[in-house]
Design a protein around this ligand. Structure first.
Ligand code: HEC
Length: 151
């Protein structure tokens, strides 16, 4: 039997696990702080990039493009609050990922923007082998899904 949540998830998620070839974009000038925050990149690429784009350019118009600096004038605690509670078409994350992971993801949003500002590629690490790809349904109601598919 499919649960209600599972049905919604089917609308939202176009292929839950998408295996992607590891496209390596390596620069000789990876800033030191990127190496200090590899987990931020992983969190973003695995859980957020389906909407916000693997290179920080939004995968659909409603989502901010962090590589362009969208929303990054807000401070970290404001961004964290939005992520935890959800905002517009973005679902709440407070029951899905620990705050420490979300804080690292926020640091990575700023790193992508800093790279673009100095003319670098926003992403300089490989794509993870497993990523969640989310699709907007175009509806105003909140999005919701469960990562493990069970209640
Ligand atoms: C289902 C698509 C989707 C996913 C997945 C998603 N977001 Fe978003 N996110 C959005 C949309 C759409 C907005 C714009 C919301 C608005 O202002 O209406 C947004 C806004 C934001 C903002 C700006 C908040 C503000 O206060 O302006 C941040 C920061 C953010 N997302 C971070 C993340 C992070 C980190 C993740 C992964 C843990 C994530 N998002 C996953 C769709 C998504």
């Amino acid at each position: 039997m499919t649960t209600g949540i599972y049905k919604i998830r089917q609308q939202l998620v176009a292929g839950v696990f998408v295996l992607m070839g590891a496209a390596s974009i390596v620069s000789a000038e990876v800033p030191q702080k990127d190496r200090e925050n590899p987990e931020g990149a992983d969190v973003f690429l695995i859980f957020c990039a389906g909407c916000h784009g693997v290179d920080g350019f939004a995968a659909y118009p409603a989502a901010p493009s962090f590589s362009m600096g969208d929303r990054l004038h807000k401070d970290d605690s404001t961004l964290l609050r939005s992520i935890l509670t959800g905002k517009g078409a973005m679902p709440p994350w407070e029951d899905k990922l620990p705050v420490s992971m979300l804080r690292n993801a926020i640091r990575y949003l700023r790193i992508m923007n800093e790279r673009v500002k100095v003319g670098q590629s926003p992403r300089q690490q490989k794509l993870p082998t497993t990523m969640f790809l989310f699709q907007p349904t175009g509806e105003r109601k909140p999005y919701w899904w469960q990562l493990d598919g069970e209640q």
